[in-house]
Design a protein around this ligand. Structure first.
Ligand code: GCO
Ligand code: MN
Ligand code: MN
Length: 388
């Protein structure tokens, strides 16, 4: 039996808001008492996490006095020192307070947009104070219930202007920080702008400092839209934009569930872990999920341990998949080594195009043979089920 205990090199992180979630939902109040940030750091230390991330107001309540803020920061710092936990990522809460009911950077009211910029600059300072190197932007309320209320092109422009401003702020302050944009299709707004990782990747190319900005894709957010999450992650990775990742799980077509990683679509989780490990993704494995509402804080620890343990088991399964002789033989057949077409590929040349146009193809013969993907998939399933 392998050792599935988390180690710092696995870079497992949790948000204060994840293990600190008190189990409210739209139909019922809290089922767990709130814990202080310092207590949550100790809980994460106990389960073996590498790091803790926060929204400004997870750490410092929005109405805290400077003296209260100082005291909270001291206690938090002490807990970090005691446990050795790092703060790799920070973010801003631009969704909870009523001022953000119509969005933050895209709100129609310029006072709201200005306040959102001010709040984010302060939150970036707070993140920098604790060493965060990735700063996440999740546009929780950047959207609409009715398109009668806002011009979507104007919303894109406002969002761009805000991000350009904040990139300059980070540069001005000489913070070693990269920005990661997190897409979500809906919830809490009826529809959110830049709803998928793909939209975000396109949007980033329009910014003044595209090099500083990447994405923070989340499993649940793409599964809500019925998309293949790993494909979005792969596209981000290939573009050099996978700066962070939010791991959890989600049934498509439902409310935002934030389930324990791998607890719903184990096969998708397997291919995701396999991808991250195969390409050597070196960033945080951040779990943006929360424990069932049925749990007390012992259950929260079970939840947190479960996220990390499932990741490590799937990582082992990925290694087993690569070492499986039968699977590899089948892959060898699939990726055919036929080099007869090689001269047609690569960079365009007129002569090449002419030669390709003159080539004849026996379509029926090419299409005739089976591709054995059923066998390959069944072998993968059996490996996951533990019988290979
Ligand atoms: C959600 C989001 C958030 C963000 C977080 C970081 O669905 O609520 O995933 O949890 O990830 O606000 O910015
Ligand atoms: Mn989410
Ligand atoms: Mn998230």
């Amino acid at each position: 039996m392998s050792d599935y205990s988390p180690k710092p090199e696995h870079k497992f992180t949790f948000g204060l808001w994840t293990v600190g979630n008190i189990g409210r939902d739209p139909f019922g109040g809290a089922v767990r008492d709130p814990k202080t940030p310092a207590e949550l750091v100790r809980l994460l230390g106990e389960v073996g996490a590498y790091g803790v991330n926060f929204h400004d107001n997870d750490l410092i309540p929005i109405d805290a006095t400077p003296a209260e803020a100082e005291k909270i920061k001291q206690e938090f710092r002490k807990a970090l020192d005691e446990t050795g936990l790092k703060v790799p990522m920070a973010t801003t809460n631009l969704f909870y307070d009523p001022i953000f009911k119509d969005g933050a950077f895209t709100a129609n009211d310029p006072k709201v947009r200005a306040y959102a910029l001010q709040k984010t600059m302060n939150a970036i300072d707070l993140g920098a104070e604790f060493g965060a190197q990735v700063y996440v932007f999740w546009g929780g309320r950047e959207g609409v219930e009715t398109d009668a209320s806002k011009d979507p092109v104007e919303a894109i422009r406002r969002n761009r202007e805000a991000l350009n401003f904040l990139c300059e702020y980070v540069l001005d302050k000489k913070y070693a920080m990269k920005l990661a944009l997190e897409a979500k299709p809906n919830e809490p707004r009826g529809d959110m702008y830049n709803p998928t990782t793909g939209h975000m990747l396109a949007f980033i190319t329009t910014l003044d400092h595209p090099d500083m900005v990447g994405v923070n894709p989340e499993v649940a957010h793409e599964h809500m839209s019925g998309l293949n999450f790993m494909h979005g992650v792969a596209q981000a990775w290939e573009a050099g934009k996978l700066f962070h990742i939010d791991l959890n799980d989600q049934y498509p077509g439902r409310y935002d569930q934030d389930l324990r990683f791998g607890s719903r679509d184990l096969k998708a989780a397997f291919f995701l872990v396999k991808f991250l490990e195969d390409v050597g993704y070196a960033g945080s494995r951040h779990f943006d999920a929360h424990a069932y509402r049925t749990e007390d804080f012992e259950g929260v620890k079970d939840f947190a341990r479960g996220c990390m343990r499932t990741y490590l088991i799937l990582k082992e399964k990925a290694a087993q998949w690569h070492a499986d002789i039968e699977i590899q033989e089948l892959l060898g057949e699939i990726d055919t080594l036929d080099s007869s077409m090689a001269s047609f590929f690569g960079k365009y040349r007129a002569a090449k195009a002419a030669a390709l146009k003159a080539q004849s193809f026996d379509r029926a013969a090419i299409a005739r043979h089976g591709l054995k993907y059923e066998r390959l998939d069944q072998m993968t399933i059996e490996l996951l089920l533990g019988v290979r």
